[in-house]
Design a protein. Sequence first.
Length: 155
Amino acid sequence: MDFFQDEGLNRLRERMRADELGHFELFDPARQLTYAEREALDSGMLNTGSQTLRILKDKTLAFKNTRIWLCHDQDYHLAYCQKVQSLRHHQESLQIGTGTFPSNRNEGVCLECLAVLQYQGVDARRLRRAEFSEPIREQFSLEAFKQDYPFYPII
């Protein structure tokens, strides 16, 4: 079908006063990352308002259409743990990212987040014992985490 030759569509276009043919791009900056936001998230951290943080069904954190990590007091949060709940309700601005943790500091990953996700068998009872918590942090890999929970796009 040639839309330029269709009489019904041409009459509709006239009634709409759409003299010029337009261009449609399926992109909504309110719901999808802009190029600048993607660059900021990948290369470091982006500061955003706490109201923009989304909690996905699997309890991971998201900003628009990508999973993120949240940095607070040198801890890196990956899920909706108690601390993130508090930050979301009491903090105006949050630092978020998608790239590697600054300085590859896996020791700063929030163990409570891993327990919320039950990531690689981590549970809250085991974390209460110090001999279990440090090896978990040392063995944690953000790249492996991203294999289980892809950051972009959210599926």
